[in-house]
Design a protein around this ligand. Structure first.
Ligand SMILES: [Zn+2]
Length: 73
């Protein structure tokens, strides 16, 4: 194992134990994260449609934040 391999393995290890900052963490609140309808405990969206819409929204938000970050000096 050379140093590059070690660094790679180390990064993978850290990524497996640290919370992923680049991925939004969605916590179950008892309500659909997209439309706000009450959902069964442990569920985060009422259906796949809301899930898909929510993911799209997160992607757009992240893209906007990225652009803002680039413009900011
Ligand atoms: Zn919903």
């Amino acid at each position: 194992m050379d140093e590059a391999d070690y660094a790679q393995a180390n990064t993978e290890f850290l990524e497996s134990v640290l919370p992923r900052k680049h991925k939004p963490v969605a916590q179950a609140t008892g309500f659909c994260l997209y439309c706000g309808e009450p959902v069964p405990p442990g569920k985060r969206w009422c259906d796949e449609e809301c899930h898909a819409e929510w993911e799209e929204e997160q992607r757009i938000k992240q893209r906007k934040e990225g652009q803002y970050g680039l413009r900011k000096r």
